[in-house]
Design a protein. Structure first.
Length: 319
């Protein structure tokens, strides 16, 4: 018999979407699955919908558990709440609004077992029911998975390149490193990948689209939306985990850039809460952040060089 795989579904106010997620789990070609649903004290009927679905479909799984936290404790706590019940060799965490392709567990299990990987990810498809042209996971980010672990860690200090929604992790690694840090209630992924890579464990990618990641207005990580709770957790991660390491490496330009960025976000949230437009002096911060400014200048130089090269080529052809 194949190893048991534990799928931990984390939910919060997802009564309209959770059944679709659970059905995608039920449809997995891999059979030996334990299903754990942990709800973070939803205000809607999510927990009852999940319990009813589990009762009706329990025969499909080797074990089903449906639990609810007392009070809204945040994402890492909700994940840890599910993991403590898990008996599987690998843990797959999924939010109650995302979907698994039916071969996800089988493909990821084979990928990890054949290569002796403790942690791996797949490519993802990003979708939004309101927007058919949703941008996809960037190709250049996939290249970072080919780097040695030390360079992956360095890259994470600048940018989170990991599609967390597709994570597939050995339970013994989670237990050993306690990777989901509850100090950051609304940011579970970046602190986890920083801890894993800092401990010399390489992140690996199976280049197949095996997860459908849903973007919608209720999601915490929705683009183009300053979320105060997410911003606060992100700032704490920067302050406690990233900034000290950047200073140790004398990367002062990035420190100044990040400090300005979080100051800008805090002011944006402050003025939003007061119902007042952000003063222009703060908007200027988003223009004159060192790295952003240098990037814009470089892009402009490249653009002008391309135009100049094209003009030279045109003139030569038409002499």
């Amino acid at each position: 018999m194949n190893d048991i795989i534990s799928i931990v579904v984390i939910s919060y106010n997802a009564e309209k979407l959770i059944e679709e997620t659970l059905n995608s789990i039920k449809s997995q070609t891999y059979k030996n699955i334990e299903l754990i649903i942990t709800d973070d004290c939803s205000k809607d009927d999510t927990f009852n919908v999940a319990k009813k679905w589990c009762e009706e479909n329990s025969i499909r799984f080797v074990n089903t558990i449906c639990v609810q936290t007392i009070g809204n404790k945040g994402i890492p706590h909700n994940i840890n709440n599910g993991i403590r019940y898990a008996q599987g060799k690998y843990i797959k965490v999924i939010a109650a609004d995302d979907l698994l392709v039916d071969t996800f567990i089988q493909d990821m299990y084979n990928f990890c077992e054949e290569n002796n990987y403790k942690i791996a990810f797949s490519d993802i498809e990003i979708f939004n029911l309101d927007n058919e042209n949703e941008p996809q996971y960037p190709l250049e980010m996939k290249e970072v998975f080919k780097l040695p672990v030390e360079k992956q860690y360095s890259f994470l200090l600048k940018c989170n390149f990991v599609p967390a929604v597709s994570s597939f992790i050995r339970k013994d690694l989670i237990d050993e490193l306690n990777i989901y840090n509850e100090k950051y209630p609304f940011l579970d992924d970046l602190p986890a990948w920083l801890k894993v890579t800092k401990n010399g464990i390489k992140l690996n990618l199976l280049d197949k689209k095996l997860v459908r990641y849903r973007r919608h207005s209720a999601a915490i990580s929705t683009l183009n939306k300053v979320n105060p709770r997410l911003t606060e957790s992100a700032y704490l991660v920067y302050k406690n985990e990233i900034r000290p390491e950047l200073l140790r490496r004398f990367n002062l330009v990035r420190v100044v850039d990040n400090d300005m960025y979080y100051y800008y976000l805090k002011k944006t949230i402050e003025y939003n809460n007061r119902g007042i437009a952000l003063p222009y002096r703060y908007k200027l911060l988003s223009i004159f952040m060192p790295i952003k400014l240098v990037t814009k200048i470089k892009a402009e130089i490249i653009r002008k060089n391309k135009r100049f090269t094209k003009r030279k080529y045109f003139n030569r052809r038409h002499k």
